[in-house]
Design a protein around this ligand. Sequence first.
Ligand code: PAF
Length: 281
Amino acid sequence: MRTLRTVSEVRAALAEPRRAGRSIGLVPTMGALHQGHVSLIRRAREDCDEVVVSLFVNPAQFNEAADLAAYPRDEARDAALAADAGADLLWAPAVHDVYPPGFATTVHVGGVSESLEGEHRPGHFDGVATVVTKLLVAVAPDVAYFGRKDAQQLAVIRRLVRDLALPLRVEGLPTVREADGLALSSRNARLSPDDRRRALALKRGLDAAAAAATAGTTDAEALRAAALAAMREHAVEPEYLAVVDPDTFDPVADVNGAALVAVAARVGEIRLIDNTLIGRH
Ligand code: PAF
């Protein structure tokens, strides 16, 4: 696996495979790779001839300076994991490679980016949409892979790709979880042992909502109440807990078809998110 820094290096490295008609898969990451990322890279390896993993801690999508500063960075470890999972190229640009002096463009995806994460982390999705556009334009992959844990991010990226008619397929892969159900996240490593136990509140809340839905409850308020009660058993209050349409992220009052229950909560210092699909899907 080769490590590249600049957009020109990426284009040069992919020119020959592209000419030869080889398919290109891109797995965008911010590093601190875990088994969730590994599952994306492995899937890209199965689907595509060339697998590119990007590793860039994108300052534009952090709305808290402390969160950006605390974000784990270990390129050597990430490179070893990416290579092991089957990546051919690691694109690990510096901030000035992605945002050179004078950079003045922001990509804003309306609608789906406005609620939940968009409301609680102002500017976050503009940062995500801008950097993902830059990555997609530089690599020009046939397929790009994202995790469903960041369900709203996935919906924003699908909207972006559709609206700009970018010629690629977006694959959203299932959330990978610890044995007890906690969704894998680069942030989990920063939980204290006590907060690690309390962090299960998110999954337990989602499970309670899903169980109520399976038992026939369709009223979103009743589903929220079931989730909230389960979360409170772990002494965790959600920042938001919502039943939404999985594509538009508009609120759903009564679940007839598929709906997504999405939750965010601070456990100690660490902000976590998770979601589950309920209803007919
Ligand atoms: O999900 C992430 O790790 C990031 O938001 C992404 C898609 C790599 C953009 O920086």
